[in-house]
Write a protein that binds this ligand. Structure first.
Ligand code: THU
Ligand code: ZN
Length: 136
């Protein structure tokens, strides 16, 4: 067992990944401010661009259930290679998560690497960006 239950949750989400095309399974686990954990896995499609990323699935599940405040995200891949959220998922996370959201990445035998969302995506586009543009 890994010491961090959120990493364990991300790893368990890998089981349901639908990845016949890339064969690269990704699992994500998002912890809400009240401690609830929502899991997601990647779900690929024969029309490749329709594929859903694990982080998108986890955040959609959490928001759908009424959560908009998050503390931590864990991600894992079947390859245990220290996968981090892609650029698109980083932007998706910024809609609901502050710069200090902790992102814990499973690095297999090397343990974990932890980043903040602000480190992974500085200078994000946000609601503030859009309202500033409107005022111009
Ligand atoms: N993938 C994710 O699920 N999350 C990421 O942020 C990185 C990429 C998935 C998409 C695709 O199914 C597979 O990993 C290979 O890119
Ligand atoms: Zn992504």
């Amino acid at each position: 067992m890994h010491e961090d239950p959120l990493i364990e949750a991300a790893r368990s989400a890998l089981e349901n990944a639908h990845v016949p095309y890339s064969e690269y399974a990704v699992g994500a686990a998002l912890e809400t401010a009240d401690g609830t954990v929502y899991r997601g896995c990647n779900i690929e499609n024969a029309n490749y661009s329709n594929s859903l990323h694990a982080e998108e699935v986890a955040i959609a599940e959490a928001v759908k259930n009424g959560h908009e405040a998050f503390d931590r995200l864990a991600v894992a891949s079947g390859a245990r290679d220290g996968v981090t959220p892609c650029g698109m998922c980083r932007q998706t996370l910024t809609e609901f998560c502050a710069d200090d959201l902790e992102i814990v990445c499973d690095e297999g035998a090397d343990g974990t690497a932890t980043y903040t969302l602000g480190e992974l995506l500085p200078n994000t586009i946000s609601a503030d960006t859009l309202s500033a543009a409107e005022r111009r």
